[in-house]
Design a protein around this ligand. Structure first.
Ligand SMILES: [Fe+2]
Ligand SMILES: [Fe+2]
Length: 336
């Protein structure tokens, strides 16, 4: 999850579009910015950070802190297929604070607030995967997840919510966020729990594959292509994740269990402890279904496109369905 500029093929017109811009444009060093989704920047309000775009293959600042982007200008950028705006790295903290105020501001539409949540989640996951000290990052992630839990609680279709949260270019981010949102929604429907509790399975969803990043080999999503030795190492990633989270204070044991057991199967064929049925926590049974569903519908690094939601649940229901909690699988099918 590095800050890289996307394809330089994306262009906006060489000529700036409005009077304010004419005086502001300036070249910017690409190594000193990070990309943010254009959808996370609301129109017609004063922005507390600089904004750059790629103009004719050059990163160019079009707004300084204190300026605004009008809805016409944003529409114009959209028309030119601009998906990313760039914010200086040294204004990352300001940008994050801005997102947090936007996502709870009732003046904004649900779409705008969801876009802010999506961007905030992206930055949060990036920090989870890169932080030396996970403690403060996890604490902040919990807050964010509680907020997403409330959003999910008010959303009928979890695929729609996940879709609006995941328009970024990092597959690891996308996988974590999709699994987290699916898991929170499935957990809520399956256990009739309240929005206050669904964040726990959500945070387990965001963190569940953190341990994959810690090994010597970047094994990631392709267990079927691994050598025997690689697969043995891969099987350690749930435990490795718990080791990474050791320093996090007050991490509820439900979250730790959910992460540890997310590759256990109801028929005892999973890992690391070959647990069966109710020996596996409800959160982990939920996560296992959502993880598989996400991998089938959104395969990372594969040249092939994923299965449709219907194809994915049909496959899960027909090939060794005893791996999954049948009741939960039915809820997943009903809620699609
Ligand atoms: Fe995993
Ligand atoms: Fe996963």
């Amino acid at each position: 999850m590095r800050n890289t500029l996307p394809s330089m093929g994306i262009r906006v017109p060489d000529t700036p579009q409005d009077a304010g811009e004419r005086n502001k444009v300036a070249s910017v060093d690409p190594s000193k910015v990070f990309g943010v989704s254009i959808h996370s920047v609301p129109p017609n309000i004063s922005l507390p950070f600089d904004v750059s775009v790629i103009v004719a293959d050059k990163l160019t600042r079009i707004r300084s802190a204190g300026d605004m982007l009008t809805s016409e200008r944003l529409k114009d950028l959209n028309r030119h297929h601009v998906k990313m705006l760039y914010v200086p790295l040294d204004q990352r903290g300001t940008y994050k604070e801005f997102l947090w105020t936007q996502m709870v501001d009732p003046k904004h539409s649900i779409e705008q607030r969801t876009a802010s949540v999506g961007q905030a989640t992206y930055l949060q996951v990036e920090e989870l995967y890169t932080a030396k000290d996970l403690n403060p990052v996890v604490e902040r992630t919990v807050k964010l997840l509680k907020h997403i839990g409330q959003l999910a609680a008010g959303t009928q279709s979890f695929t729609k919510l996940a879709g609006s949260l995941s328009h970024y270019e990092s597959p690891a981010y996308e996988h974590s966020v999709n699994v987290a949102v699916y898991a929170m929604t499935l957990f809520r429907h399956a256990s009739e729990t309240t929005a206050e509790n669904v964040w726990q399975v959500g945070i387990a969803g965001l963190l569940h594959d953190l341990g994959e990043q810690a090994g010597d080999v970047k094994l990631l999503q392709f267990p079927e292509r691994m050598t025997k030795e690689q697969f043995e190492a891969y099987k350690q990633h749930p435990r490795r994740c718990l080791e990474m989270l050791k320093g996090v204070e007050n991490l509820p044991s439900e979250i730790a269990n959910t992460i540890l057991q997310h590759h256990e199967n109801c028929d005892g064929s999973g890992f690391p402890d070959q647990l069966k049925g109710n020996q596996i926590s409800l959160g982990a049974r939920v996560l296992s279904i959502c993880d598989t569903y996400e991998n089938l519908t959104n395969p990372i690094g594969s040249q092939q496109s994923g299965l449709t939601p219907l194809e994915a649940v049909q496959l899960m229901g027909s090939v060794r369905p005893e791996r999954f909690d049948q009741k939960l699988l039915k809820v997943l099918i009903d809620k699609l």
